[in-house]
Design a protein around this ligand. Structure first.
Ligand SMILES: [Zn+2]
Ligand SMILES: [Zn+2]
Length: 159
């Protein structure tokens, strides 16, 4: 057995995975409370997915990571849209492994259940396996084009 099957069969607990969507008003509120520039809106993914371990009560997802030791989170009840955002301290608990295998919990301080690095996230596992190569291929033309732009002389120089 390999890959995702091996991980899931290892007895690891899966993330909750409940989904919702962030209303635009809360994306705007996030930019306001963090005093970020309006461009920060581009960094906010309105697709919400609870990455906590199995839990009761409200689901939570990170909205915007703006600070070294805190981030903006939202929460929602099953089947509902969220109605507020709040700044929460990061959990930041380390898994205590050696460099290269070390990881820090991405949940907020005081979260229920296991730390993020102890949970199996099927969506992240899929992204890890499939997206980086595909993304690099897709971005390659733009990256080289950008370099070419920089090297182009000013058109007004020929006068
Ligand atoms: Zn949840
Ligand atoms: Zn944690």
């Amino acid at each position: 057995m390999g890959g995702i099957d091996a991980l899931a069969a290892g007895g690891e607990r899966q993330v909750c995975g409940a989904t919702s969507a962030l209303p635009l008003s809360l994306a705007l509120a996030t930019v306001q409370i963090t005093e970020e520039e309006q461009e920060a809106l581009d960094l906010i993914d309105p697709t919400l997915r609870c990455t906590l371990g199995p839990h009761r009560g409200r689901h939570r997802d990170l909205v915007l990571d703006t600070d070294e030791d805190s981030a903006v989170w939202t929460s929602w009840r099953d089947g509902d849209l969220p109605t507020a955002v709040e700044i929460l301290k990061n959990c930041g608990e380390s898994n205590g492994l050696a460099a290269g295998h070390d990881d820090v919990c991405t949940h907020y301080a005081g979260h229920p259940d296991d730390h993020s690095w102890a949970l199996f996230d099927p969506v992240l596992a899929y992204i890890d396996q499939h997206v980086p190569a595909a993304l690099l291929r897709a971005l390659a033309p733009f990256l080289s084009e950008r370099k070419a732009d920089v090297q182009q002389p000013q058109t007004a120089a020929g006068r």
